[in-house]
Design a protein around this ligand. Structure first.
Ligand code: FAD
Length: 474
Protein backbone atom coordinates (compact mmCIF):
# COMPACT_ATOMS: atom_id res chain seq x y z
CA UNK A 1 0.00 0.00 0.00
CA UNK A 2 1.13 3.58 -0.64
CA UNK A 3 0.14 6.26 1.86
CA UNK A 4 0.54 9.91 0.95
CA UNK A 5 0.66 12.53 3.72
CA UNK A 6 -0.21 16.01 2.53
CA UNK A 7 1.36 18.61 4.84
CA UNK A 8 -0.35 21.99 4.96
CA UNK A 9 -0.49 23.92 8.25
CA UNK A 10 1.01 21.14 10.31
CA UNK A 11 4.72 21.26 9.52
CA UNK A 12 5.94 18.88 12.23
CA UNK A 13 6.72 15.21 12.82
CA UNK A 14 5.72 14.98 16.50
CA UNK A 15 2.06 14.80 17.46
CA UNK A 16 0.86 14.98 13.88
CA UNK A 17 -2.31 12.94 13.56
CA UNK A 18 -2.31 12.53 9.79
CA UNK A 19 1.35 11.52 9.69
CA UNK A 20 0.91 9.18 12.62
CA UNK A 21 -2.07 7.44 11.05
CA UNK A 22 -0.26 7.10 7.70
CA UNK A 23 2.63 5.36 9.42
CA UNK A 24 0.57 2.92 11.47
CA UNK A 25 0.87 0.14 8.91
CA UNK A 26 4.58 -0.77 9.06
CA UNK A 27 4.52 -2.30 5.60
CA UNK A 28 3.03 0.70 3.83
CA UNK A 29 5.18 2.90 1.65
CA UNK A 30 4.78 6.42 3.10
CA UNK A 31 5.35 9.56 1.05
CA UNK A 32 4.98 13.16 2.15
CA UNK A 33 4.08 16.22 0.13
CA UNK A 34 3.89 19.99 0.42
CA UNK A 35 2.24 22.17 -2.24
CA UNK A 36 3.03 25.88 -2.26
CA UNK A 37 0.28 28.11 -3.70
CA UNK A 38 1.68 31.64 -4.02
CA UNK A 39 -1.32 32.92 -6.01
CA UNK A 40 -3.58 31.95 -3.15
CA UNK A 41 -1.23 33.60 -0.68
CA UNK A 42 -1.21 36.79 -2.71
CA UNK A 43 -4.99 36.94 -2.70
CA UNK A 44 -4.98 36.60 1.08
CA UNK A 45 -2.09 38.98 1.76
CA UNK A 46 0.12 36.35 3.38
CA UNK A 47 3.15 38.12 4.85
CA UNK A 48 6.27 37.44 2.77
CA UNK A 49 8.00 36.86 6.10
CA UNK A 50 5.59 34.11 6.95
CA UNK A 51 6.28 32.55 3.55
CA UNK A 52 10.02 32.68 4.35
CA UNK A 53 9.35 31.08 7.71
CA UNK A 54 7.36 28.31 6.01
CA UNK A 55 10.19 27.73 3.56
CA UNK A 56 12.79 27.53 6.33
CA UNK A 57 10.55 25.16 8.26
CA UNK A 58 10.18 22.91 5.21
CA UNK A 59 13.95 22.37 5.17
CA UNK A 60 13.79 21.15 8.75
CA UNK A 61 10.73 19.04 8.05
CA UNK A 62 12.32 17.45 5.02
CA UNK A 63 15.41 16.48 7.02
CA UNK A 64 13.35 15.17 9.96
CA UNK A 65 11.19 13.08 7.64
CA UNK A 66 14.21 11.78 5.71
CA UNK A 67 15.68 10.58 9.02
CA UNK A 68 12.52 8.49 9.39
CA UNK A 69 12.84 7.12 5.87
CA UNK A 70 10.09 9.35 4.44
CA UNK A 71 10.58 11.43 1.33
CA UNK A 72 9.11 14.94 1.20
CA UNK A 73 7.95 15.86 -2.29
CA UNK A 74 7.45 19.49 -3.11
CA UNK A 75 5.41 21.23 -5.75
CA UNK A 76 4.61 24.83 -6.50
CA UNK A 77 1.59 26.03 -8.44
CA UNK A 78 -0.59 29.08 -8.41
CA UNK A 79 -3.74 28.35 -6.50
CA UNK A 80 -5.83 25.66 -4.87
CA UNK A 81 -7.54 24.58 -8.09
CA UNK A 82 -4.21 24.04 -9.82
CA UNK A 83 -2.90 22.28 -6.72
CA UNK A 84 -5.81 19.86 -6.69
CA UNK A 85 -5.43 19.06 -10.39
CA UNK A 86 -1.73 18.35 -9.92
CA UNK A 87 -2.38 16.26 -6.81
CA UNK A 88 -4.83 13.98 -8.60
CA UNK A 89 -2.12 13.21 -11.19
CA UNK A 90 0.51 12.80 -8.51
CA UNK A 91 -1.63 10.25 -6.66
CA UNK A 92 -2.03 8.32 -9.88
CA UNK A 93 1.69 8.44 -10.69
CA UNK A 94 2.64 7.28 -7.23
CA UNK A 95 -0.18 4.73 -7.11
CA UNK A 96 -1.32 6.13 -3.78
CA UNK A 97 -4.13 4.21 -2.09
CA UNK A 98 -4.73 6.58 0.78
CA UNK A 99 -4.28 10.31 1.26
CA UNK A 100 -3.87 11.62 4.83
CA UNK A 101 -4.23 15.24 5.88
CA UNK A 102 -5.13 17.41 8.84
CA UNK A 103 -8.17 19.61 8.39
CA UNK A 104 -8.00 23.35 7.84
CA UNK A 105 -11.11 25.25 8.80
CA UNK A 106 -11.19 28.32 6.57
CA UNK A 107 -13.87 28.27 3.89
CA UNK A 108 -11.64 28.13 0.80
CA UNK A 109 -9.55 25.39 2.35
CA UNK A 110 -12.63 23.36 3.21
CA UNK A 111 -13.97 23.77 -0.33
CA UNK A 112 -10.61 22.74 -1.77
CA UNK A 113 -10.62 19.56 0.29
CA UNK A 114 -14.22 18.72 -0.61
CA UNK A 115 -13.42 19.18 -4.32
CA UNK A 116 -10.35 17.01 -4.02
CA UNK A 117 -12.19 14.22 -2.25
CA UNK A 118 -14.70 14.26 -5.06
CA UNK A 119 -12.00 14.16 -7.72
CA UNK A 120 -10.30 11.22 -6.02
CA UNK A 121 -13.47 9.30 -5.21
CA UNK A 122 -13.21 5.63 -6.04
CA UNK A 123 -9.42 5.79 -6.50
CA UNK A 124 -7.84 7.18 -3.36
CA UNK A 125 -9.30 6.96 0.11
CA UNK A 126 -9.00 10.38 1.80
CA UNK A 127 -8.55 10.44 5.56
CA UNK A 128 -8.90 13.81 7.30
CA UNK A 129 -8.07 14.55 10.95
CA UNK A 130 -8.85 17.29 13.46
CA UNK A 131 -5.38 18.15 14.57
CA UNK A 132 -4.76 21.88 14.89
CA UNK A 133 -7.04 22.39 17.89
CA UNK A 134 -7.35 21.20 21.46
CA UNK A 135 -10.93 20.08 20.76
CA UNK A 136 -12.59 19.62 17.37
CA UNK A 137 -15.08 22.21 16.10
CA UNK A 138 -18.63 21.33 17.00
CA UNK A 139 -17.60 19.42 20.12
CA UNK A 140 -18.17 22.29 22.55
CA UNK A 141 -21.79 23.39 22.44
CA UNK A 142 -24.61 24.71 24.58
CA UNK A 143 -27.30 22.41 26.02
CA UNK A 144 -29.15 22.95 22.72
CA UNK A 145 -26.22 21.76 20.67
CA UNK A 146 -25.33 25.25 19.45
CA UNK A 147 -21.99 27.02 19.32
CA UNK A 148 -21.48 29.64 22.02
CA UNK A 149 -21.44 33.28 20.96
CA UNK A 150 -19.66 34.50 24.07
CA UNK A 151 -16.25 33.37 25.23
CA UNK A 152 -16.63 32.76 29.00
CA UNK A 153 -19.42 30.15 28.86
CA UNK A 154 -17.59 28.57 25.91
CA UNK A 155 -14.47 28.30 28.03
CA UNK A 156 -16.33 26.74 30.95
CA UNK A 157 -17.88 24.10 28.73
CA UNK A 158 -14.54 23.66 26.97
CA UNK A 159 -12.73 22.92 30.23
CA UNK A 160 -15.29 20.30 31.22
CA UNK A 161 -14.83 18.62 27.90
CA UNK A 162 -11.05 18.98 27.85
CA UNK A 163 -10.58 17.21 31.16
CA UNK A 164 -12.64 14.30 29.82
CA UNK A 165 -10.68 14.05 26.55
CA UNK A 166 -7.50 12.17 25.74
CA UNK A 167 -5.18 14.95 24.62
CA UNK A 168 -1.94 13.00 24.84
CA UNK A 169 0.60 13.93 22.22
CA UNK A 170 1.54 11.32 19.65
CA UNK A 171 5.17 10.34 19.10
CA UNK A 172 7.02 11.02 15.86
CA UNK A 173 6.85 8.03 13.50
CA UNK A 174 9.36 5.23 13.87
CA UNK A 175 12.06 5.09 11.20
CA UNK A 176 10.92 3.10 8.17
CA UNK A 177 13.10 1.02 5.92
CA UNK A 178 11.75 1.66 2.48
CA UNK A 179 14.88 2.18 0.46
CA UNK A 180 16.72 5.29 -0.54
CA UNK A 181 15.13 8.65 0.29
CA UNK A 182 15.40 11.01 -2.66
CA UNK A 183 16.03 14.64 -1.80
CA UNK A 184 13.64 16.89 -3.73
CA UNK A 185 15.03 20.43 -3.93
CA UNK A 186 12.90 23.04 -2.20
CA UNK A 187 13.08 25.74 -4.85
CA UNK A 188 12.31 29.24 -3.56
CA UNK A 189 8.67 30.25 -3.52
CA UNK A 190 7.52 32.45 -6.36
CA UNK A 191 6.66 35.08 -3.77
CA UNK A 192 8.23 38.32 -2.49
CA UNK A 193 11.21 37.56 -0.28
CA UNK A 194 11.57 39.06 3.15
CA UNK A 195 14.06 37.85 5.74
CA UNK A 196 13.09 36.51 9.16
CA UNK A 197 15.21 37.41 12.17
CA UNK A 198 16.43 33.94 13.06
CA UNK A 199 17.56 35.04 16.50
CA UNK A 200 13.94 35.90 17.28
CA UNK A 201 12.27 33.02 15.49
CA UNK A 202 14.63 30.14 14.72
CA UNK A 203 12.93 27.68 12.39
CA UNK A 204 12.16 24.05 13.07
CA UNK A 205 10.54 21.73 15.55
CA UNK A 206 13.52 21.48 17.85
CA UNK A 207 13.70 25.22 18.37
CA UNK A 208 9.94 25.40 18.93
CA UNK A 209 9.93 22.56 21.45
CA UNK A 210 12.88 24.07 23.30
CA UNK A 211 11.08 27.41 23.55
CA UNK A 212 7.92 25.69 24.75
CA UNK A 213 9.80 23.79 27.45
CA UNK A 214 11.63 26.86 28.70
CA UNK A 215 8.50 28.98 28.73
CA UNK A 216 6.44 26.42 30.65
CA UNK A 217 9.22 25.75 33.13
CA UNK A 218 10.41 29.28 33.77
CA UNK A 219 7.69 31.73 32.82
CA UNK A 220 4.22 30.24 32.69
CA UNK A 221 3.62 30.62 36.43
CA UNK A 222 4.21 34.40 36.08
CA UNK A 223 2.26 34.75 32.85
CA UNK A 224 -0.72 36.65 34.16
CA UNK A 225 1.50 39.13 35.99
CA UNK A 226 3.74 39.75 33.00
CA UNK A 227 1.59 39.27 29.94
CA UNK A 228 0.51 42.89 29.58
CA UNK A 229 3.91 44.53 29.67
CA UNK A 230 5.36 44.76 26.18
CA UNK A 231 8.74 45.98 27.45
CA UNK A 232 9.50 42.54 28.88
CA UNK A 233 9.30 39.14 27.25
CA UNK A 234 6.39 37.94 29.34
CA UNK A 235 4.58 35.88 26.72
CA UNK A 236 5.75 32.74 24.94
CA UNK A 237 6.26 34.13 21.42
CA UNK A 238 5.21 30.73 20.16
CA UNK A 239 2.54 32.10 17.83
CA UNK A 240 4.61 31.81 14.61
CA UNK A 241 5.08 28.11 15.34
CA UNK A 242 1.46 27.48 16.24
CA UNK A 243 0.27 29.38 13.16
CA UNK A 244 1.98 27.01 10.71
CA UNK A 245 1.75 23.96 12.91
CA UNK A 246 5.37 23.48 13.93
CA UNK A 247 3.78 22.91 17.33
CA UNK A 248 0.36 21.55 18.19
CA UNK A 249 -1.82 23.08 20.91
CA UNK A 250 -1.89 19.66 22.59
CA UNK A 251 1.88 19.74 22.94
CA UNK A 252 1.51 23.16 24.58
CA UNK A 253 -1.22 21.98 26.93
CA UNK A 254 0.61 18.79 27.90
CA UNK A 255 3.90 20.53 28.54
CA UNK A 256 2.10 23.17 30.61
CA UNK A 257 0.43 20.49 32.71
CA UNK A 258 3.71 18.67 33.19
CA UNK A 259 5.39 21.82 34.51
CA UNK A 260 2.39 23.22 36.41
CA UNK A 261 0.42 20.15 37.51
CA UNK A 262 -2.03 22.06 39.74
CA UNK A 263 -3.02 24.46 36.96
CA UNK A 264 -6.46 23.02 36.25
CA UNK A 265 -7.41 22.65 39.92
CA UNK A 266 -6.33 26.15 40.87
CA UNK A 267 -7.68 27.91 37.80
CA UNK A 268 -6.41 31.33 38.76
CA UNK A 269 -2.66 30.89 38.44
CA UNK A 270 -0.43 32.26 35.71
CA UNK A 271 -0.30 28.93 33.93
CA UNK A 272 -4.07 28.77 33.77
CA UNK A 273 -3.99 32.22 32.21
CA UNK A 274 -1.83 30.82 29.45
CA UNK A 275 -4.16 27.89 28.88
CA UNK A 276 -6.92 30.48 28.60
CA UNK A 277 -5.13 31.97 25.57
CA UNK A 278 -4.90 28.57 23.93
CA UNK A 279 -8.65 28.25 24.44
CA UNK A 280 -9.18 31.66 22.77
CA UNK A 281 -7.29 30.23 19.84
CA UNK A 282 -9.69 27.30 19.64
CA UNK A 283 -12.70 29.57 20.18
CA UNK A 284 -12.00 31.65 17.07
CA UNK A 285 -11.58 28.52 14.96
CA UNK A 286 -14.78 26.98 16.27
CA UNK A 287 -16.56 30.23 15.35
CA UNK A 288 -15.31 30.09 11.74
CA UNK A 289 -16.70 26.63 11.27
CA UNK A 290 -20.10 27.55 12.69
CA UNK A 291 -20.35 30.89 10.89
CA UNK A 292 -18.50 30.62 7.55
CA UNK A 293 -19.57 34.22 6.78
CA UNK A 294 -16.64 35.16 9.02
CA UNK A 295 -14.43 33.97 6.19
CA UNK A 296 -16.21 36.35 3.82
CA UNK A 297 -15.19 39.61 5.45
CA UNK A 298 -18.49 40.00 7.22
CA UNK A 299 -18.93 41.34 10.73
CA UNK A 300 -20.49 39.04 13.27
CA UNK A 301 -22.85 41.77 14.49
CA UNK A 302 -24.85 42.60 11.36
CA UNK A 303 -25.69 46.23 12.05
CA UNK A 304 -22.02 47.17 12.32
CA UNK A 305 -21.85 46.70 8.54
CA UNK A 306 -23.55 50.12 8.37
CA UNK A 307 -20.90 52.09 10.25
CA UNK A 308 -19.72 54.80 7.84
CA UNK A 309 -15.97 54.24 7.66
CA UNK A 310 -13.63 56.95 6.48
CA UNK A 311 -11.50 56.68 3.35
CA UNK A 312 -8.19 55.18 4.49
CA UNK A 313 -5.95 57.74 2.74
CA UNK A 314 -3.00 59.40 4.45
CA UNK A 315 -4.15 58.68 7.98
CA UNK A 316 -4.00 54.96 7.22
CA UNK A 317 -0.53 55.29 5.71
CA UNK A 318 0.71 57.07 8.83
CA UNK A 319 -0.78 54.34 11.04
CA UNK A 320 0.94 51.67 8.96
CA UNK A 321 4.28 53.42 9.20
CA UNK A 322 4.04 54.15 12.91
CA UNK A 323 3.73 57.92 12.53
CA UNK A 324 0.41 58.67 14.22
CA UNK A 325 1.87 60.87 16.96
CA UNK A 326 0.67 58.45 19.65
CA UNK A 327 3.91 56.88 20.90
CA UNK A 328 2.55 53.51 22.03
CA UNK A 329 0.74 53.02 18.71
CA UNK A 330 3.81 54.00 16.72
CA UNK A 331 6.20 51.82 18.70
CA UNK A 332 3.89 48.86 18.25
CA UNK A 333 3.47 49.32 14.50
CA UNK A 334 7.21 49.62 14.07
CA UNK A 335 7.77 46.47 16.12
CA UNK A 336 5.49 44.60 13.74
CA UNK A 337 6.91 46.17 10.59
CA UNK A 338 10.45 45.29 11.61
CA UNK A 339 10.03 41.87 13.21
CA UNK A 340 6.68 40.48 12.03
CA UNK A 341 5.45 40.05 15.58
CA UNK A 342 3.52 42.38 17.89
CA UNK A 343 2.65 41.99 21.54
CA UNK A 344 -1.02 41.13 22.19
CA UNK A 345 -1.77 44.22 24.30
CA UNK A 346 -0.39 46.33 21.48
CA UNK A 347 -2.41 44.52 18.84
CA UNK A 348 -5.48 45.53 20.82
CA UNK A 349 -4.31 49.14 21.19
CA UNK A 350 -3.29 49.65 17.55
CA UNK A 351 -6.43 47.96 16.25
CA UNK A 352 -8.66 50.00 18.51
CA UNK A 353 -6.86 53.16 17.43
CA UNK A 354 -7.37 52.45 13.73
CA UNK A 355 -11.04 51.64 14.12
CA UNK A 356 -12.17 53.92 16.93
CA UNK A 357 -9.85 56.91 16.60
CA UNK A 358 -9.34 57.01 12.84
CA UNK A 359 -12.64 55.27 12.09
CA UNK A 360 -11.07 53.24 9.32
CA UNK A 361 -12.69 49.95 8.38
CA UNK A 362 -11.32 47.13 10.55
CA UNK A 363 -10.90 44.98 7.41
CA UNK A 364 -8.18 47.36 6.19
CA UNK A 365 -6.30 46.81 9.42
CA UNK A 366 -6.93 43.08 9.35
CA UNK A 367 -5.40 42.87 5.87
CA UNK A 368 -2.41 45.01 6.78
CA UNK A 369 -1.67 42.90 9.85
CA UNK A 370 -1.85 39.77 7.72
CA UNK A 371 0.64 41.25 5.26
CA UNK A 372 3.17 41.83 8.04
CA UNK A 373 2.71 39.12 10.67
CA UNK A 374 4.96 36.11 10.83
CA UNK A 375 2.22 34.49 12.93
CA UNK A 376 -0.63 35.51 10.60
CA UNK A 377 -3.56 33.24 11.34
CA UNK A 378 -6.92 33.91 9.74
CA UNK A 379 -9.12 32.93 12.68
CA UNK A 380 -7.07 34.68 15.38
CA UNK A 381 -6.52 37.80 13.29
CA UNK A 382 -10.14 38.11 12.24
CA UNK A 383 -11.28 37.40 15.79
CA UNK A 384 -8.85 39.95 17.22
CA UNK A 385 -9.90 42.65 14.76
CA UNK A 386 -13.59 42.04 15.25
CA UNK A 387 -13.02 42.13 19.00
CA UNK A 388 -11.20 45.46 18.77
CA UNK A 389 -13.78 46.90 16.37
CA UNK A 390 -16.72 45.71 18.53
CA UNK A 391 -18.19 43.98 15.50
CA UNK A 392 -17.53 40.45 16.78
CA UNK A 393 -19.02 37.84 19.03
CA UNK A 394 -17.72 39.17 22.26
CA UNK A 395 -19.65 40.97 24.86
CA UNK A 396 -17.46 44.07 24.40
CA UNK A 397 -19.83 46.95 23.75
CA UNK A 398 -18.90 49.39 21.02
CA UNK A 399 -18.73 52.28 23.48
CA UNK A 400 -15.70 50.83 25.21
CA UNK A 401 -12.93 52.75 23.46
CA UNK A 402 -9.26 52.56 24.39
CA UNK A 403 -7.52 55.84 25.08
CA UNK A 404 -4.12 55.41 23.41
CA UNK A 405 -2.40 57.76 25.85
CA UNK A 406 -3.63 56.15 29.05
CA UNK A 407 -3.10 52.67 27.60
CA UNK A 408 0.52 53.63 27.04
CA UNK A 409 0.80 55.04 30.56
CA UNK A 410 -0.67 51.92 32.06
CA UNK A 411 1.23 49.25 30.15
CA UNK A 412 4.52 50.95 29.34
CA UNK A 413 4.75 53.21 32.34
CA UNK A 414 8.30 54.48 31.96
CA UNK A 415 8.27 54.23 28.16
CA UNK A 416 10.95 51.55 27.94
CA UNK A 417 9.19 49.82 25.08
CA UNK A 418 8.50 53.06 23.23
CA UNK A 419 12.11 54.21 23.44
CA UNK A 420 13.24 50.94 21.90
CA UNK A 421 11.16 51.41 18.76
CA UNK A 422 10.81 55.18 18.41
CA UNK A 423 14.34 56.55 18.59
CA UNK A 424 13.07 60.10 17.97
CA UNK A 425 11.77 59.97 21.55
CA UNK A 426 14.90 58.49 23.13
CA UNK A 427 15.56 61.59 25.18
CA UNK A 428 12.06 62.11 26.53
CA UNK A 429 12.19 60.96 30.14
CA UNK A 430 9.96 58.48 32.00
CA UNK A 431 6.25 58.83 31.80
CA UNK A 432 6.46 62.18 29.93
CA UNK A 433 6.98 60.06 26.83
CA UNK A 434 3.26 59.41 26.38
CA UNK A 435 2.65 63.08 25.57
CA UNK A 436 6.02 64.03 24.19
CA UNK A 437 5.02 67.35 22.64
CA UNK A 438 3.76 68.63 25.95
CA UNK A 439 7.16 67.79 27.47
CA UNK A 440 8.98 69.36 24.52
CA UNK A 441 6.93 72.56 24.94
CA UNK A 442 7.85 72.79 28.61
CA UNK A 443 11.50 72.17 27.80
CA UNK A 444 11.42 74.47 24.78
CA UNK A 445 12.69 71.71 22.58
CA UNK A 446 11.68 70.63 19.13
CA UNK A 447 10.97 66.97 18.48
CA UNK A 448 11.35 65.28 15.14
CA UNK A 449 8.13 63.41 15.81
CA UNK A 450 4.61 64.05 14.47
CA UNK A 451 1.91 65.72 16.53
CA UNK A 452 -1.08 63.45 17.28
CA UNK A 453 -3.10 62.80 14.11
CA UNK A 454 -6.40 63.23 15.89
CA UNK A 455 -7.69 64.57 19.16
CA UNK A 456 -8.78 61.45 21.02
CA UNK A 457 -11.77 63.01 22.81
CA UNK A 458 -13.21 64.37 19.54
CA UNK A 459 -12.53 61.14 17.64
CA UNK A 460 -14.17 59.14 20.41
CA UNK A 461 -17.31 61.26 20.32
CA UNK A 462 -17.60 61.04 16.54
CA UNK A 463 -17.09 57.28 16.54
CA UNK A 464 -19.77 56.78 19.15
CA UNK A 465 -22.16 58.82 17.02
CA UNK A 466 -21.26 56.80 13.92
CA UNK A 467 -21.90 53.49 15.70
CA UNK A 468 -25.16 54.75 17.19
CA UNK A 469 -26.38 55.97 13.80
CA UNK A 470 -25.52 52.64 12.22
CA UNK A 471 -27.41 50.75 14.89
CA UNK A 472 -30.47 52.99 14.59
CA UNK A 473 -30.63 52.80 10.82
CA UNK A 474 -29.83 49.14 10.35
P1 FAD B 1 0.97 33.90 24.29
O1 FAD B 1 0.42 34.97 25.17
O2 FAD B 1 2.18 33.18 24.78
O3 FAD B 1 -0.22 32.87 24.01
C1 FAD B 1 0.02 31.52 23.59
C2 FAD B 1 -0.67 31.22 22.29
O4 FAD B 1 -2.07 31.32 22.43
C3 FAD B 1 -0.31 32.15 21.17
O5 FAD B 1 0.91 31.79 20.57
C4 FAD B 1 -1.50 32.03 20.25
O6 FAD B 1 -1.41 30.89 19.44
C5 FAD B 1 -2.65 31.83 21.23
N1 FAD B 1 -3.30 33.12 21.55
C6 FAD B 1 -2.90 34.02 22.47
N2 FAD B 1 -3.77 35.05 22.51
C7 FAD B 1 -4.72 34.79 21.59
C8 FAD B 1 -5.88 35.48 21.16
N3 FAD B 1 -6.27 36.64 21.70
N4 FAD B 1 -6.60 34.95 20.16
C9 FAD B 1 -6.26 33.76 19.60
N5 FAD B 1 -5.17 33.06 19.97
C10 FAD B 1 -4.41 33.57 20.96
N6 FAD B 1 -2.66 35.64 16.94
C11 FAD B 1 -2.13 34.88 15.98
O7 FAD B 1 -1.61 33.80 16.26
N7 FAD B 1 -2.16 35.29 14.67
C12 FAD B 1 -2.74 36.48 14.29
O8 FAD B 1 -2.77 36.79 13.09
C13 FAD B 1 -3.27 37.31 15.31
N8 FAD B 1 -3.80 38.53 15.01
C14 FAD B 1 -4.33 39.30 16.03
C15 FAD B 1 -4.90 40.55 15.70
C16 FAD B 1 -5.45 41.35 16.70
C17 FAD B 1 -6.07 42.68 16.34
C18 FAD B 1 -5.43 40.91 18.04
C19 FAD B 1 -6.02 41.76 19.14
C20 FAD B 1 -4.87 39.68 18.36
C21 FAD B 1 -4.32 38.86 17.37
N9 FAD B 1 -3.72 37.62 17.68
C22 FAD B 1 -3.22 36.84 16.67
C23 FAD B 1 -3.76 37.08 19.05
C24 FAD B 1 -2.54 37.39 19.93
O9 FAD B 1 -2.23 38.74 19.89
C25 FAD B 1 -1.30 36.58 19.55
O10 FAD B 1 -1.63 35.22 19.43
C26 FAD B 1 -0.19 36.71 20.58
O11 FAD B 1 0.17 38.04 20.75
C27 FAD B 1 1.00 35.88 20.18
O12 FAD B 1 2.05 36.01 21.08
P2 FAD B 1 2.51 34.81 22.01
O13 FAD B 1 2.77 33.61 21.19
O14 FAD B 1 3.60 35.32 22.86
O15 FAD B 1 1.20 34.57 22.87
Amino acid sequence: ATHLVWFRNDLRTFDNRALHAACEDPSARVLALFIATPGQWRAHSLAPRQATFIHQTLHHLQAALAAKGIELHYHQCDDFAAGNAWLVDFCREQQADQLFYNRQYELNEQRRDAALEQALAGQVHCRAFDDSLLLPPGSVTTGHGEMYKVYTPFRNAFLRRLTATDTRSLPAPRPRSQGRVVHHPLTPFDYPQQPVDEALFPAGEEAALARLRTFCREQAADYVRQRDQPAIQGTSQLSPYLAIGVLSPRQCFNRLQAECPMMLEQRDGGAFGWLNELIWRDFYRHLLVTWPMLCKHQPFIRWTAFVPWREPGEAFEAWKQGRTGYPIVDAAMRQMNQTGWMHNRLRMITASYLVKDLRIDWREGERYFMSQLIDGDYAANNGGWQWAASTGTDATPYFRIFNPTTQGERYDKQGDFIRRWVPELAEVPGSAIHQPHRWAGQQQRVLDYPAPQVDHATARRETLEAFEDARRHA
